[in-house]
Ligand binder design. Structure first.
Ligand code: UDX
Length: 440
């Protein structure tokens, strides 16, 4: 099938690449000439395991193309995915200007039937706005053309996005047009061959599903983070509690890990946007407001522990920081807890030696000018001359370090672990002072 993907960000690029992998002819459009240049030269502008190979293979096979030419891109696909950014406005609501500009571009230049699919995470009701924008452009041109609008939210996890796209646990499609539903079924059939995991629903329910999913997951995390604080007071171990409750199938094990807060491009933004949408609809979400407040607090939990140990003034202290990305297997620093931890410790005069397997260039960009912050080439090098270690992201290579070497490198033999990677008892037996989250 002929598919156009508008926006070559995270979602757009993964979508375009994976669809081309199944034989579709995909054209990806972006207004940013720099991104298109990188892609045309056989690179990708983001870090995502497995993506580069798929892009290169399908570009070579002629099934995947990149362009900045709006007219050509709109002319190409019967299916037009809109996967542009929806950054939060000042008030937390999603800014729809890029989505609606894409819709208008389609309306302005289309010459035959199109299925216009919202892939970006957009507030409930955006599908109707997209319809109106396209229709308005057609009216201006004084022509009548058929089109359908659908919602197809993505549930990709960064670092596992290719696998998530190739083997989705569900494909949600919101549409009322029969042709649109049939085309979407045909497009996704190769990805859900063993059993039909497509759920067709109305546009608004599909749009809401995405927010509800992310809000639920964020809620679980904040709930566990708050319980972890209580566990510390009560002398209980949140890790054992997690296992104790997770074994109940009604609860399940996923997304119950206490830590130093959630970050990334989705949870913080979507939680904010849903709080806003609900308030605008006259039905404020009290629970979700608390989820957000708890997370803002939780990003400071490592700082609190450091301050409790060393005092407010940290001048003369050096900390190794392991992990900068908001989670492993990505270089994404958006709303990463590391940003809060580093800013707060630097403000108190600490020296910081940070290491991350892939996010250092991105960190250098977003943390430029942070006093006392330097970067190390390896986890080991970050420890050199440090008083204590702070772990912010749970990269695999941090899971089983040489503990004795670690102890000997740290002047104070102290570890603040924001991701509960180690057994407190083991650390104690090794002579390491260990501060986890919600653990005795
Ligand atoms: C998320 C959703 O999982 C995905 O379905 C949606 O499409 C986009 O948002 P992503 O942001 O890539 O994906 O990351 P995810 O793996 O969900 O982690 C989000 C944050 O929660 C990370 O900062 C992670 O460290 C944190 N987290 C996750 C916890 O603190 N505890 C957990 O138990 C799980």
């Amino acid at each position: 099938m002929k598919v156009t993907v508008i926006g070559t960000g995270y979602v757009g690029l993964v979508t375009g690449a994976c669809l081309s992998e199944m034989g579709n002819h995909v054209v990806c459009l972006d207004v940013d000439p720099e991104k298109i240049r990188i892609l045309k030269e056989g690179g990708i502008p983001i870090h995502e395991p497995g993506l580069l190979e798929i892009v290169q293979r399908n570009v070579a096979g002629g099934r995947l193309e990149f362009t900045t030419d709006v007219e050509a891109a709109v002319a190409h696909g019967t299916i037009q995915f809109i996967a542009v950014g929806t950054p939060p406005d000042e008030d937390g609501s999603a800014d729809l200007q890029y989505v609606l500009a894409a819709a208008r571009n389609i309306g302005r230049t289309m010459t035959d039937f199109k299925v216009i699919v919202d892939k970006s995470t957009v507030p409930v009701g955006t599908g109707d706005k997209v319809k109106a924008a396209v229709q308005d452009e057609l009216d201006r041109r004084g022509i009548r053309l058929d089109f359908a609008v659908a919602s197809n939210p993505e549930f990709l996890k960064e670092g596992a996005a290719v696998a998530d796209f190739m083997r989705p646990d569900r494909v949600v499609v919101g549409a009322d047009d029969e042709r649109a539903i049939l085309l979407m079924k045909a497009l996704y059939a190769p990805f859900i061959r063993n059993h039909d995991r497509m759920m067709v629903m109305d546009l608004r329910s599909a749009e809401f599903t995405k927010y509800a999913a992310n809000a639920m997951l964020a809620t679980r995390i904040s709930f566990m983070n708050e319980l972890a604080l209580v566990a510390e007071k009560l002398g209980a171990d949140i890790e054992l509690v997690r296992q104790g409750i997770g074994s109940d199938p009604r609860i399940g094990f996923h997304f119950l890990y206490a830590g130093c807060g959630y970050g990334g491009s989705c949870f913080p933004k979507d939680v904010k946007a849903l709080i806003r949408t609900a308030a605008d609809a006259g039905q404020p979400l009290q629970l979700l407001q608390a989820v957000e407040a708890v997370n803002d607090r939780q990003k400071l939990v490592l700082v609190d522990k450091v301050v409790a140990r060393y005092g407010e003034q940290l001048t003369g202290k050096t900390f190794a920081v392991w992990g900068l990305a908001f989670k492993p297997n990505t270089d994404d620093m958006r709303d990463a807890p590391s940003r809060v931890v580093i800013a707060e410790l630097a403000r108190r005069g600490a020296k910081l030696q940070a290491y991350d397997p892939v996010a250092v260039p991105e960190a250098q960009r977003v943390l430029a000018g942070t006093p006392g912050l330097s970067y190390a080439d390896s986890a080991r090098a970050a420890l050199e001359g440090a008083d204590a270690l702070i772990i912010v992201t749970e990269w695999k290579e941090f899971r089983t370090p040489d503990f004795e070497a670690l102890r000997e490198s740290l002047a104070d033999r102290t570890v603040f672990d924001g991701r509960n990677l180690y057994e407190p008892k083991l650390m104690r037996s090794l002579g390491i002072e260990y501060h986890g989250i919600g653990r005795p």
